[in-house]
Write a protein that binds this ligand. Sequence first.
Ligand code: 1CP
Length: 342
Amino acid sequence: MTKTILRALAGETLPTPPIWMMRQAGRYLPEYRATRAEAGDFLKLCYNPDLAAEVTLQPIRRYGFDAAILFADILLLPQALGADLWFETGEGPRLSRITDMAGVAALRPVDAIHDTLAPIYETVRILSRALPGDTTLIGFAGAPWTVATYMIAGRGTPDQAPAHAMKATDRAAFSALIARITEATVEYLSMQVQAGAEVVKLFDSWAGSLKGQDFTDFAIKPAATIIAALKARHPGLPIIAFPREAGDGYVGFAKATGADCVAIDNSVSPEWAAAHVQKDGCVQGNLAPEHMVTGGAALIAATRHVVQAFRGGPHIFNLGHGITPDANPDHVQLMIDTVRGG
Ligand code: 1CP
């Protein structure tokens, strides 16, 4: 029997949508916090295959989600390309910055990324053996624009200004960086698939700040390149693309990139996404993550609303963005019960 997530990704409309949750392994779970403490810190957890597999499995054991997502981070790829990476407690990631062509030229060759990323492939192998038979294993990477915003700014930024500035003033270096990340992402995801990932997802968290031709050049084109290369190597591999906050850019995104499913954030209504995006195939989303903090009748109503809006086509239930550390684990169970029980 084919797994429900794979059926939805193949275009099937199911009576109950399969469900998983972005950042389902994370700080809102006490068992995650305990394993992270055992590992020492977040990066040590990512590079410890046994413990990374353990935290990936925790939400599967607790909730029985239909998919598990590899526990890793989009910033491991820049690190494998030679960037310094560390996490400032309470603040977030910090990286050494790429500011010019010399910085791009100094990155490690794409072939060398596997030296750093080998433990991630081992995590995937452990998971593909350990997961229940009906749970789909999702691998992932950041999309080139989003990864570049961190490599250029050296940190998360509210408006991606340093990356936009480099795009405007040093187009050659910017384009070379995007090309390098694109090439490395193909190799990284391809190794995840060889290790046992059944689906891959491209996270373009900052796609919403690309407008007009920039959206075409730096959100659509790199995704299309990565997806075509992966599908040539792994025929039939289902791919989810998440151009977060793309707005009208969601329309036609699956066709333009070759993605099998478009993940939708919660800044657009599910009715709009059903009419304009789901008409082309599977969509994933898009309950506001805030409901996992607030719970109650509003959570039930909003969950039913999302299920109803997308019930006419292929749909994977998810949040519109990652669950936050202040979420209540009981509210996650209430969301799942509502999706599955009506
Ligand atoms: O334990 C901790 O304190 C670390 C918090 C954390 C976690 C749990 C980070 C730091 N990354 C992760 C795991 C992670 N990151 C996963 C694992 C699988 C899952 O359960 O979903 C995934 C898919 C990601 C992807 C990721 N990392 C994205 C894309 C998705 C998104 O949320 O938009 C981005 C932008 C990152 C960068 C990153 N890593 C961590 C933080 C706090 C951030 C955001 C930094 C910022 O922009 O300020």
